[in-house]
Design a protein around this ligand. Structure first.
Ligand code: SAH
Length: 220
């Protein structure tokens, strides 16, 4: 793990000490299928079943640095997958599991929602993360500006309106926007006045988002 993190730092993906420490505290091997444990500290995505993947560590570093989740903040993730990214976010918003911050993470494949929850229990992060089985593109259901940070870890054609509606003023949303084949990781900021600004960051490739705000309807 040390070698991987030093490599991510040298390549400029890990820029802050706090994100480095957060990734250091989450054993990625607990979030990959058993037969792939030997590859857990290689910088590449790995299959987790149901046609989905755990993101490559450099992508987790880029997304987490871009999101910059505040201590004691409330974060929403769309696409829990293995639960790994949610655990890294939990380390930042709820350091030491003291209960001051929380992560809510949606997963549309029910079996993966179970998988993520099991992994988070084993890694000791289940107290700071709530896994919800369902379509996170439609928001958490709060319908109000409640989240300090929102991270979408599946590719979307556009920013889902319900997510913008649930982002606090002064908050930030990170989402891969583009086609199902290629996207640009986009940082979206909502000002104190409620205005939206977009900054296009890194080219990336994510699995396509499903559900109402995804590329295709759920039934295919
Ligand atoms: N963040 C994950 C990797 C995400 S892969 C990790 O750390 O392992 C993208 C995940 O998004 C997949 O598991 C996929 O099933 C899920 N997904 C796709 N569309 C979704 C939606 N509308 N709502 C919730 N989850 C979704």
């Amino acid at each position: 793990m040390r070698q991987l993190l030093e490599n991510l730092r040298a390549r400029g993906f890990l820029r802050s000490e706090r994100v480095y420490r957060a990734m250091e505290r989450v054993p990625r091997e607990l979030f990959v299928p058993e037969g792939l444990r030997a590859h857990a500290y290689e910088d590449r995505p790995l299959p987790i079943g149901y046609g989905q993947t755990i993101s490559a560590p450099h992508m987790v570093a880029i997304m987490t640095e871009a999101l910059d989740p505040p201590e004691c903040g409330l974060a929403l993730e769309v696409g829990a997958g293995s639960g790994y990214q949610a655990a890294v976010l939990a380390e930042l918003v709820d350091r030491g599991g003291r209960g001051c911050g929380h992560v809510v993470s949606f997963e549309i494949v029910p079996q993966l929602a179970e998988y993520a929850l099991g992994n988070l229990k084993r890694s000791g992060h289940s107290g700071s993360v709530s896994i919800v089985a369902g379509d996170g593109g439609s928001g958490s259901g709060a319908g109000r500006e409640v989240f300090d940070r929102i991270l979408v870890t599946a590719a979307a054609p556009r920013i889902p309106d319900p997510l913008l509606a649930e982002l606090k003023r002064g908050g930030r949303l990170v989402i891969p926007l583009g086609s199902p084949e290629i996207q640009v990781l986009t940082i979206v900021e909502k000002t104190a006045e409620g205005k939206i600004f977009k900054i296009e960051d890194t080219p990336c490739i994510f699995v396509p988002m499903r559900g109402v705000y995804g590329f295709q309807a759920l039934d295919n």
